[in-house]
Design a protein. Structure first.
Length: 107
């Protein structure tokens, strides 16, 4: 069984440790088995590629690497500062995520 994560694809997050500390971006991909996340504009690495249809010349391409989920915090939609996430059920019985900092519902 895989653990329920507090970050989903499309969320705005900020790095709280490592070389990218203080930088923020949007989540592009989540690997639940490894507990790692790819964030737009963070952890840029150089990848050597062979020539292919998308890149006919090949060469060195810059792309985002993954970051462990423990190094990220969600950005509060109300004030743009880092916040923790909570889960609760709304009136219709559906589970929703909310910011523990401001109480704002996260979509």
């Amino acid at each position: 069984m895989q653990k329920k994560l507090h970050i989903k694809k499309g969320d705005q997050v900020i790095a709280i440790s490592g070389n990218e500390k203080g930088k923020s971006g949007r989540v592009l991909d989540v690997d639940r088995s490894k507990m790692r996340v790819v964030v737009e504009g963070l952890n840029i690495m150089s990848v050597h590629t062979k020539p292919n249809a998308a890149n006919p010349d090949g060469g060195i391409v810059k792309k985002e690497g993954s970051i462990h989920i423990s190094n990220l915090l969600h950005i509060d939609p109300k004030d743009g500062k880092p916040c923790r996430i909570g889960r609760k059920t709304d009136d219709s019985g559906k589970k929703i995520r909310y910011s523990k900092r401001s109480g704002e519902v996260i979509k």
